[in-house]
Each structure stands twice: as structure tokens, then as C-alpha cells.
Design a protein around this ligand. Structure first.
Ligand SMILES: Cc1cc2nc3c(=O)[nH]c(=O)nc-3n(C[C@H](O)[C@H](O)[C@H](O)COP(=O)(O)O)c2cc1C
Length: 150
């Protein structure tokens, strides 16, 4: 029976250092590396890991709290989408830098307020979800409605 080598296996989850990524590939554990959470902080991260500028992903604030991380990642992706690109500013211009203490504190305050609203609306039988309103160029990205009773 012939085998097909035209497909590759890529693994995502927890890769944070170039050494770890390289070892996984050299050990044939995977053909390639996927990055999720660290990639929204710096949109040129894969290039910088591959070309040797960085040896690891950026400082990470959220530990294993995937829920908090998703809100932050979604906020960063929204900021990227709302920011016009100018080559001289670089691809990360307009994206909050969560390694900065002041930015992190401000974002966390906005996040905590947002979660309070989601909770309050939920208790009133309403659906409220969206992007934490932090550095969104004054935009609100919200999905709101009433939860159906079955
Ligand atoms: C913003 C964001 C969106 C994601 N969306 C998806 C998705 O649509 N489908 C999916 O299977 N995984 C999704 N994931 C999970 C990632 O693909 C990845 O498995 C997970 O983040 C673990 O990798 P990491 O440790 O590099 O973050 C998402 C992750 C993030 C941070």
C-alpha cells in the first residue's frame, strides 16, 4: 500500500520559545507550528521568530485563563482592523501593548467594566457580548439581544 506524504501535520497550543518549536519539528512531532494567543499582540511575530529577531513569544499576562485571553486577543484584532496601515508605522501600530503596565491596567479596568455589564444584562435575561471597548477609535462592537425562553 502506498502512503501519501502530501499532507502535513501542524500543531498549535502552548508553543512559546523558538527552541521548543525547533525541537518539536526536529523530533518529527509536527511539520509546523501554529500560534494562537501570542500572535495578536504582535502581528509580525512569526516573521520575527523565523528570522531570529525574537527567541520567544511576548510577555504574557493571562496565564492559563483562556477566557480572559480571548477577550484580549479579540480586542487586539479589532484594534488592528480599525487602524489604517502605514508602512512607516509598522504593523503593530494601534494595537495595545499588554506588556506595558499602564496599558494593561487600563485594559483590565475596561474589561472588568465590560464583564459587569454582560453579567447585569444576563441577569435581566438579555444577551450582551462583544469587544472590550478599549482603544477602538470610539467604536462600539456589541451584539445585544433578548435570550429566548424555550
Ligand atoms: C483569538 C483566537 C481565536 C481562535 N479561534 C479559533 C477557531 O476559530 N477555531 C479553532 O479551532 N481554534 C481557535 N483558536 C484556538 C487556537 O487555534 C489554538 O488552538 C489555541 O489558542 C492554543 O494555542 P496557543 O497556546 O498558541 O494560544 C483561537 C484562539 C485565539 C486566541
Amino acid at each position: 500500500m502506498s502512503t501519501c506524504s502530501c499532507y502535513g501535520l501542524y500543531v498549535t497550543g502552548g508553543f512559546r520559545t523558538v527552541a521548543g518549536m525547533t525541537q518539536a519539528i526536529n523530533d518529527n512531532a509536527t511539520d509546523g507550528i501554529g500560534l494562537g494567543r501570542p500572535a495578536t499582540q504582535e502581528f509580525d511575530l512569526p516573521n520575527n521568530l523565523i528570522n531570529g529577531t525574537f527567541q520567544s513569544t511576548p510577555f504574557w499576562r493571562f496565564g492559563d485563563d483562556f477566557n480572559a485571553a480571548l477577550f484580549a486577543c479579540a480586542c487586539q484584532m479589532s484594534q488592528a482592523g480599525l487602524t489604517e496601515y502605514f508602512p512607516d508605522r509598522g504593523v503593530n501600530y494601534g494595537i495595545m501593548d499588554l506588556s506595558n503596565d499602564k496599558t494593561f491596567e487600563e485594559y483590565q479596568n475596561a474589561y472588568n467594566e465590560f464583564i459587569k455589564i454582560i453579567t447585569k444584562k444576563g441577569e435581566a435575561g438579555k444577551f450582551y457580548f462583544g469587544i472590550v471597548p478599549y482603544q477602538l477609535n470610539g467604536r462600539a462592537i456589541i451584539c445585544e439581544g433578548v435570550v429566548s425562553k424555550f
